[in-house]
Structure formats: structure tokens, C-alpha cells
Design a protein around this ligand. Structure first.
Ligand code: NAG
Ligand code: NAG
Ligand code: NAG
Ligand code: NAG
Length: 829
């Protein structure tokens, strides 16, 4: 048995590669590829280094992540050294899951490969596309077949993004060792066949050749002759879709090359003893195509030596009866060489090859001779047959083993009195056998097929799936929608960014989406400018006749007669189209909101430019300003008439904000910029959450600029929003915690005031790593400890462990009552 096995392994190394079966995991997941063979252009932290880029593994922080945000123009790569030339057929990618705390993945990637580690080539599919679609969540692995496959030792995966994004990758490569050892072939370029008029042109070029194409010669690369795809009997029929006739073959016409033969050179990775060469040829003699009549191969022991004097000659037996394509095996007489030069002589008008392979051994190989190969009239099937036989024998052995094992397990089960005991033995054996067969059928399939779609596993050429969608479309196709907005869009119209809404297409916005009325522009009278942003301004205006316009039940206090004060946000005339769309989007969103603690959109002027939105005017300005001008209520403040607030005032404010946010959360709206500066107070000190452009100018130090573009309130942002650009209701909860903190410090201090912006971002990294080195905001002196605990829960690293707004609201409400009681008592005593 052992002997047969050895024989088969020897034979298998000599057989041609079959891409449909050469799909074995190459060792990223199981560790056969060592850490030091996995490198990268950069890494974010030690814990997201390249060694963690292993599919289905969770070590470190769960994946490789290149440093920083990946910009669309960046080239970051993960490089794997496979240690030997490998026929690579499949690539599997996965994002960073990290036991549910990761949410980074690459939506697309490119591949570069190199046989020597010096000269890099980029992979293209058969239609010339380089970009492959990858993941759209952090956990599922996505398997991509490489059509054509790659023969290489070094692989680089280059994540590609359309918007600045954090990407992390885990990877597995699939294929099998490339025993041919061929590293390049050169040949005259393939030609075109023009037959009778009206008959389509047949292109017999080497369309996947990855070397140099110069002066009608190909050199220094590999291509269709080593891609494992064998041409059909009729060369007009191809195995690939969407390609031209004759695709599978490389062909030459006699006479066009100035001689009666085609000369090809083959260079190998090391010196080898060549047993044979197999050339897969077309033989459609009716169309003037035949295998070669003879071939003469010269040998070169070293690259810099001369060709040895005596070539190996071989004459074929021509076949004028059977038009099927075939392998022609050319014995090479066990000669040693590093390079070969073969001249194939025409037997007819045309010669067409689809595949060339070499059978050789090199000196480090333990079994030198293999008599069964030599001198055999070979049709290419013998090794396959023997392989099949041995596989069957192996299967039987495994089945016997499994039966024995099943019996053993059954005995053990019997001992502990488990149900196996009750079954009849024969039935149990049958079950065991069935299981064994099932296991085997699974095991004999390439492993990566188990969870794949049929198209990914079939031998055929799957449609190229290059992502061509815009970021917005991509954004829509992913779930949950609102979780992964790009950071660029953070910069809203007037410098503000009101709410992110899931599944809202900008293009589809029309007037009918806006559910508030158009107010006649001439009835708005300018009073003063309240603020401005990048694309707009906010004005205080008098709106003549607005109460009548809005009708009964409108939320406006009836003021001096017919006019009422409103805030008018207006888009500048020179605003970009994007800004315009965002503005309309903001209107649409706001027009749907109706809550006592959310700023109310009253009406709009969008029938003509400039676009305006009219909201309630909040007399007492924003909460930040309001609180920072006040002191905690005390006898001192009373005595000196200093404006003051009480603890229960602060709690009441907190409850109102949580109530407004609860409403937004119920609609799945993500605010993304909750802070005291965005909470406005009306005459009666009711808080309404808003976000006007004016805040950006007054509070510019609260925002952090990324490359002069996105403006981010990093001190209020959850770690995942900063690092991953992920905005959810849970990240709003984080910001709510910071807002609470502001309220209870009476906005006397910026959050993390001792840290610079860069240090804040660094601190975010500590949250991400979660090794206990992250700095939290300190407890505000006036804050009840139960309340600070609530804040701390808002800053939980685990997104799922943070409270909901409903929970916060329910937790805060009793505080108000409780504090009043305590204060009341204090007053009494
Ligand atoms: C990928 O290969 C191309 C050549 O096709 C080269 O220009 C580029 O620099 C390579 N990129 C990397 C990251 O290796
Ligand atoms: C091969 O021929 C086809 C069809 O004429 C052409 O589209 C393609 O660009 C050619 N490929 C190369 C690599 O020359
Ligand atoms: C091929 O062309 C050469 C001349 O270029 C000619 O001598 C030879 O007979 C041709 N062979 C066939 C099979 O047509
Ligand atoms: C390869 O061939 C040479 C002779 O050309 C011989 O000396 C050497 O032992 C052979 N090696 C193997 C592994 O067959």
C-alpha cells in the first residue's frame, strides 16, 4: 500500500495542473504559511499586523489593518511569500470580526504577484479588469476564482476603496504547488486567422501573457499556455464566455514566420532533469490545422551557458483521421537543463497549442527514477487513472477506519448509557457508514467549496464582478445602511450635518418628498445674521403672517401681531450641486421630524434660489453658551444676582435631550453631532436638538479637520466613529454621554481639554485596543455618582453594551424627582 502511495505522489507531480481541482488552502488559516512570510506595507498597531491576516482566525485584534484611513489614491498591500512557485486559483478574503467588535473590511482589492520577489505584475481577469469585489461585512469570507490563475511565489493583496475608509483583511490563498518549475516562455506572437469572407476572424493570440510583447515576440512571462485550460476539438469553440473565437489556443501560420517552424524558449526556476514535455495541440485537419510534425529541443544547463550541441529530436505520427485535440508527449531523455529551446515544425498550414507542460525532477527530489513514465505512449490519462485508483483505495481505508472508530465510539457511548445503546448495531453501522461517506465526499471536494455558490466552484469562467457602483450605491446595498457612511459626507451643507438617514437617495429627492409648505419669500424680513457655514448662512428674520400661513395648531407662540421671529437657513448662490442636494436632503429629513425636543422646520422656500429653510427661532441660543455663562445655584449666586442653574435644572435638560434623541433613535436617525452646542433653548428654556451651520464658526476648536476636508467633532465621537467611520445610534449614545458631561461641568471646559486633537485620536486607539490604557473623562464635581456611572456606560467599548436612548430616558427621569426631593429636604433643614 505504501509503495502504491509513493508511486502516485510521484505521478501526480508529473501530471498537468487541473485548475478545477487545484484549489487547496495554502496555509494562511492553518499556519503552514509562517508569520515571517506575511508582510505588509504598513500596519495600524502591532495587534493588527500582517501576521493576523489569517482567514477565520481571531488572534491579535483579528485582522491585518494598514495604518490610518485608506484613501482612494493609497496603495497599501499585504504580501504573502508562498515559499515556492504556486499555481494560484482562488483568493478568499474576510474582514475584521474580532468577536463582534470589528467592523472593517475591504470592499474591493487588486492583486499583484511576483515570481522572483522583484518584478511585480498586476493581475487582470480575462477581460482586462483588475479590481475584484470583496467583502461587505466583517465576518463572511468571500471567495474569488482567478480567471486566469496566477503562477507565482509572492502575492500582494492591495485593498481598493472609493471613499476614505478603514480596511482590515483576513485572507486565504488556494491553489497547488507549480511543479513544472517553468517561470517563463517566449514565442512568436499568436496570429489571426482570416478565412473566407464573412467568416469571423479567429484570434489566436496569447491574451493572458504577462511578459513583454515586443516586435511580434512574447518574452519573459507566462500566459495561456500554462493556465490549465485545454482547448476543445474545434478551436472556434471556447471554454470561456464573452471572449472571441479561438481564445483557448495560441496559433501560428506557416510561412508567416519566415521559416517552417515555431521557436519557443522555456526558462525554469532551477536545473532539472527533463523526462518529457507535453504539448496540447489542435488537430482539425479539415481546417488546415495539425499537430507539429517534429520538434527539436536544445538544452542549456545554466542561463549563461551555450546551447548544448546535440538537440533532442522527436517525430510525431501524423493523424489525418481523428480531428480531436490531443496531448503530444515529447520524451526529453532525462537531460539536465535550466532552459530549453524547442523548434516545432509545421505539419500543415496552422499549428495551435493550448497548453504546454513539463515533467521533470530536480536533484533534491528523493525518488529519481520513475520508469512508468518514460517511453510510454502517453495520452495523458494514465497518471489520472492511477490517481483515481489510489483515491478509491484511500477512501476504502478511511471508511474502514471510520467504521472501526464508530464501533469504538459506540462502545464508549454504551458504557455511559447513551442512546447509541438502543439502536441495533447494524443500523448504527449503516449510519456510521453514511456519515463516513458524507465526510469523505466533503473532504474530497476542495475545502473552499463547502460554503460556496456553484459558480464559484464550477470550472467555468464566472462573470467578472468588478464593482462599478458609486459610494452611494454601495452604501445602500450594505446593511445596516446608516452604520457606514463615508467621512467625507460628514461635511454637510452649511458646514453642518444634520442627520444621517438610511436608504435615502439624493437623486430621487423631489418637491413632493418635502412635506412642509412653501412660504412666500417676500414675506421674510431680514433682521440679523446668526451664523454662517461653508455653503450657507443662518439669518434671523421676521416672517410676516406665518401663524396664519401655518394654520391652527402650529407650534408658534403668537407674538406681536402678525410677524414672528424665525431662523432662516439659506444656501449660498455659489454652492455646489452636492451641497444643494445635501441641503434638500436635510430639508426632507427635518420635515419629517416632529418632536417637542427637536427643532421644528416650519416652512421652506425652494421654488426658486436661494434655497431656504425656516425654523423656529430659539431665543436663548445654544446650551453651551447658556451654561457657560452661569454658575451653580448657591447662596452666593443668589446674593450677587449671578445667573445660576440648579442641579435639577441640569437634570431636566438632560432628560429633554434624551427624550429628543429617543425620538430620533425610534426613527433610526443618527444625529452624528450631538453636543451642547447643538442643543438650543427657547424662551421657556425648552431644549430642542438642532445643528446649525453657525455652530461651526463659534466652536471651530471643537472640530478636527482631516486633510482640510472633513470636519469632525472628535471629542464627542465614539471610538468606532473615529477609527471606522461608523455612525450609529450607539455612537450617538456615546456623544450623549459627553453632552451630559458638558452639562454637569457647566460647559466650563472642553472634553479632554488637556489632550491635543492628536492625543484624542490616540486615546481612541486605546479604546479600540481595550488594554485598560484609555483615558476617560473625569467625573464632574457636581455630578451625582449614579449619573457618572450612566455616562461611563455610554462610553462602553462594546457597542452592544451601551444603553439605548429609551433606557437613558427612563434612567434619567427618576433622577429629576429624586434630586428635587433631596434639595427640598436640604432647604427645610
Ligand atoms: C503592482 O504591479 C504594477 C505593475 O503591473 C506596479 O506598477 C505596481 O507598483 C505594483 N504595486 C504594488 C503595490 O506592488
Ligand atoms: C487578442 O486578440 C483580441 C481579439 O482580436 C484582442 O481583443 C485582444 O486585445 C488581443 N490581446 C492581446 C494581449 O493582444
Ligand atoms: C511551411 O513553409 C515552408 C516555407 O516557409 C515550406 O518550406 C514548408 O513546406 C511549409 N510546410 C507546410 C506543411 O506547408
Ligand atoms: C540528472 O541527470 C544527470 C546526468 O545528466 C545525472 O548525473 C543526475 O544524477 C540526474 N539527476 C537525477 C536526480 O536524476
Amino acid at each position: 500500500m505504501l509503495f502504491v502511495l509513493l508511486l502516485v505522489f510521484q505521478l501526480e507531480t508529473n501530471a498537468q495542473i487541473d485548475p478545477a481541482h487545484c484549489r487547496y488552502p495554502l496555509g494562511m488559516e492553518d499556519g503552514r504559511i509562517k508569520d515571517h512570510d506575511i508582510t505588509a506595507s504598513s500596519q495600524w498597531y502591532e495587534t493588527t499586523g500582517p501576521q493576523y491576516a489569517r482567514l477565520n482566525r481571531e488572534e491579535g485584534d483579528g485582522a491585518w489593518c494598514p495604518a490610518g484611513l485608506l484613501q482612494p489614491s493609497d496603495t497599501q498591500y499585504l504580501q504573502v511569500d508562498l515559499g515556492q512557485l504556486t499555481f494560484l486559483t482562488v483568493v478568499g478574503t474576510q474582514g475584521r470580526y474580532a468577536r463582534n467588535s470589528g467592523n472593517e473590511f475591504a470592499r474591493m482589492y487588486r492583486l499583484n504577484y511576483s515570481r522572483d520577489g522583484l518584478l511585480w505584475k498586476s493581475w487582470k481577469n480575462r477581460l482586462g479588469d483588475k479590481i475584484m469585489k470583496a467583502n461587505d461585512n466583517s465576518y463572511a469570507s468571500v471567495i474569488k476564482d482567478l480567471h486566469p490563475p496566477v503562477i507565482s511565489r509572492f502575492i500582494r493583496l492591495i485593498p481598493v476603496t472609493q471613499v476614505p475608509n478603514t480596511v482590515c483583511m483576513r485572507v486565504e490563498l488556494y491553489g497547488c504547488p507549480w511543479h513544472d518549475g517553468l517561470i517563463s516562455y517566449s514565442s512568436p506572437e499568436g496570429q489571426q486567422m482570416y478565412s473566407s469572407p464573412g467568416y469571423p476572424i479567429v484570434s489566436l493570440n496569447d491574451s493572458t501573457y504577462d511578459g513583454v510583447h515586443e516586435r511580434r515576440k512574447l518574452s519573459g512571462g507566462l500566459g495561456q499556455l500554462t493556465d490549465g485550460v485545454i482547448g476543445q476539438d474545434d478551436f472556434l469553440v471556447t471554454r470561456q464566455y464573452h471572449v472571441w473565437q479561438g481564445y483557448d489556443y495560441v496559433g501560428w501560420k506557416n510561412g508567416s514566420l519566415g521559416s517552417g517552424h515555431v521557436e519557443m524558449e522555456f526558462v525554469f526556476d532551477k536545473q532539472r532533469n527533463f523526462t518529457s514535455m507535453k504539448v496540447h495541440c489542435n488537430n482539425m485537419f479539415q481546417s488546415g490545422v495539425k499537430i507539429f510534425s517534429s520538434v527539436s529541443c536544445s538544452f542549456k544547463p545554466r542561463l549563461l551557458a551555450n546551447w548544448e550541441a546535440e538537440p533532442a529530436e522527436f517525430h510525431t505520427v501524423l493523424d489525418d483521421r481523428n480531428p480531436s485535440a490531443r496531448y503530444v508527449t515529447v520524451p526529453l531523455g532525462r537531460r539536465t537543463a535550466k532552459a530549453l529551446r524547442c523548434r516545432f515544425t509545421f505539419a500543415d498550414m496552422w499549428m495551435m497549442f493550448s497548453e504546454i507542460s513539463f515533467q521533470s525532477v530536480f536533484n533534491s527530489s528523493p525518488s529519481a527514477t520513475n520508469p512508468s513514465v518514460e517511453g510510454q505512449p502517453d495520452n495523458g490519462n494514465t497518471p489520472v487513472l492511477i490517481g483515481c485508483l489510489v483515491t478509491i483505495i484511500l477512501l476504502l481505508v478511511v471508511i474502514i477506519f471510520l467504521i472501526l472508530r464508530c464501533q469504538y465510539v459506540c462502545k464508549v457511548l454504551e458504557k455511559v448509557g447513551l442512546p447509541c445503546y438502543e439502536r441495533t448495531r447494524s443500523r448504527h453501522h449503516f449510519l456510521c457508514l453514511a456519515t463516513a461517506l458524507l465526510l469523505l465526499s466533503k473532504a474530497s471536494k476542495p475545502r473552499n467549496c463547502q460554503s460556496l455558490s456553484p459558480s464559484a466552484c464550477g470550472g467555468g469562467y464566472a462573470e467578472p464582478d468588478v464593482t462599478q457602483c458609486t459610494p452611494h450605491q454601495c452604501f445602500h446595498n450594505s446593511v445596516p445602511h446608516y452604520a457606514e457612511t463615508d467621512i467625507v459626507s460628514l461635511q454637510g451643507v452649511t458646514g453642518s450635518n444634520m442627520y444621517a438617514v438610511p436608504a435615502l437617495t439624493v437623486d430621487s429627492l423631489t418637491r413632493k418628498d418635502i412635506s412642509v409648505a412653501e412660504f412666500p419669500r417676500h414675506r421674510l424680513f431680514f433682521r440679523e445674521k446668526l451664523g454662517e457655514g461653508q455653503f450657507g448662512e443662518v439669518h434671523l428674520c421676521e416672517a410676516e403672517g406665518l401663524p396664519e400661513f401655518l394654520g391652527e395648531g402650529a407650534p408658534l407662540p403668537d407674538r406681536d401681531g402678525r410677524s414672528v421671529l424665525v431662523a432662516v437657513k439659506q444656501l449660498r448662490a455659489d454652492a455646489t450641486n452636492n451641497a444643494r442636494n445635501d441641503f434638500l436632503k436635510e430639508i426632507k429629513i427635518m420635515s419629517r421630524l416632529n418632536d417637542p425636543n427637536i427643532i421644528q422646520l416650519l416652512c421652506v422656500c425652494v421654488s426658486s434660489d436661494p434655497l431656504c429653510m425656516v425654523t423656529e427661532y430659539m431665543e436663548n441660543g445654544d446650551l453651551n453658551m447658556f451654561l457657560s455663562q452661569r454658575e451653580m445655584e448657591s447662596t452666593l449666586t443668589h446674593a450677587n444676582n449671578i445667573p445660576s442653574v440648579s442641579l435639577s435644572d441640569l437634570l431636566h435638560m438632560s432628560v429633554q435631550i434624551s427624550s429628543g434623541m429617543r425620538y430620533l433613535a425610534s426613527l433610526n436617525f443618527v444625529h452624528r453631532d450631538l453636543a451642547t452646542r447643538n442643543c438650543l433653548l427657547d424662551r421657556r428654556l425648552t431644549i430642542k436638538i438642532a445643528d446649525f451651520g453657525m455652530s461651526r464658526n463659534l466652536y471651530s476648536s471643537d472640530y478636527y479637520r482631516i486633510q482640510g476636508r472633513a470636519v469632525l467633532p472628535i471629542r464627542w465621537m465614539a471610538w468606532e466613529s473615529i477609527l471606522l467611520g461608523k455612525f450609529t445610534t450607539a455612537s450617538d449614545v456615546w456623544a450623549f454621554g459627553v453632552t451630559l458631561w458638558e452639562i454637569f461641568t457647566l460647559c466650563k471646559e472642553q472634553p479632554y481639554s488637556l489632550l491635543s486633537d492628536e492625543q484624542v485620536i490616540e486615546n481612541t486607539g486605546e479604546f479600540f485596543r481595550n488594554q485598560g490604557r484609555q483615558i476617560f473623562l473625569f467625573p464632574p464635581p457636581l455630578c451625582p455618582s449614579s449619573l457618572f456611572e450612566l455616562m461611563m456606560r455610554c462610553w462602553d467599548r462594546d457597542i452592544a453594551d451601551r444603553p439605548t436612548f429609551e433606557g437613558l430616558y427612563q434612567a434619567l427621569r427618576p433622577h429629576v424627582a429624586l434630586i428635587s426631593v433631596i434639595l427640598g429636604r436640604n432647604m427645610v433643614s
